[in-house]
Design a protein around this ligand. Structure first.
Ligand SMILES: O=P(O)(O)OC[C@H]1O[C@H](OP(=O)(O)OP(=O)(O)O)[C@H](O)[C@@H]1O
Ligand SMILES: Nc1ncnc2[nH]cnc12
Length: 177
């Protein structure tokens, strides 16, 4: 991506102080989603991080990760698997508890969503402390998938989330703060 597009994308991400709790500077992606050029640019750039590898399925994390993961899957021509917050999936699930920048939660995936040996890419909107991504990557690993790595739209590098997921293959981020 050229530096002009990169700075347009960076400037479109809105800072919201003290959301959802005091002391958190929330990165609001909705202005990017509302702009067709920025949206296309984002998905094309995320897709370009994996062009040399065949992906069978992308796992997207509830809820903002669904937006990027599903668009990315359509762009790459592969399947999409939702990793959902506890209690939302109707079939048999595997689950894991985790902590994120502003709380704790549980993530679940259908136990038949990924077949052993499938090439899987994780997609999410944002990497902060890495707790959420690590939980999803653990679920993918339990399914005996061939983990290709992870792609995020935004990385909050000062929270060192990358360290928490370093054993799960390469992680790419488009915009770093
Ligand atoms: O790296 P971490 O500290 O774990 O934080 C990153 C996660 O936090 C947000 O999800 P959130 O649980 O707020 O869900 P949402 O997408 O439904 O807003 C974001 O979409 C990531 O999934
Ligand atoms: N600061 C932040 N902004 C937006 N989403 C987040 N998820 C975790 N931390 C976040």
């Amino acid at each position: 991506m050229d530096s002009d597009s990169l700075s347009r994308l960076r400037q479109a991400i809105r800072d919201v102080p003290d959301f959802p709790s005091p002391g958190i500077l929330f990165k609001d992606i909705t202005p990017v989603l509302a702009d067709p050029d920025l949206l296309r640019l984002t998905i094309e750039t995320m897709a370009a991080t994996v062009t040399d590898q065949k992906i069978d399925k992308i796992v997207g994390i509830d809820a903002r990760g669904f937006i990027f993961g599903a668009m990315l899957a359509a762009h790459l021509g592969c399947g999409f698997v939702p990793a959902r917050k506890k209690g939302k999936l109707p079939w048999r699930t595997r689950g894991v508890d985790y902590a994120l920048e502003y709380g704790t939660a549980s993530l679940e995936m259908h136990e038949d969503a990924i077949l052993p040996g499938e090439n899987i890419l994780l997609a999410d909107d944002l990497l902060a402390t890495g707790g959420t991504a690590a939980a999803a990557l653990q679920l993918i690993t339990t399914a005996e998938a061939n983990l290709i790595g992870s792609v995020f739209f935004i990385e909050l590098a000062f929270l060192n989330g990358r360290e928490k997921i370093s054993s799960y293959g390469p992680a790419h981020a488009i915009i770093t703060f």
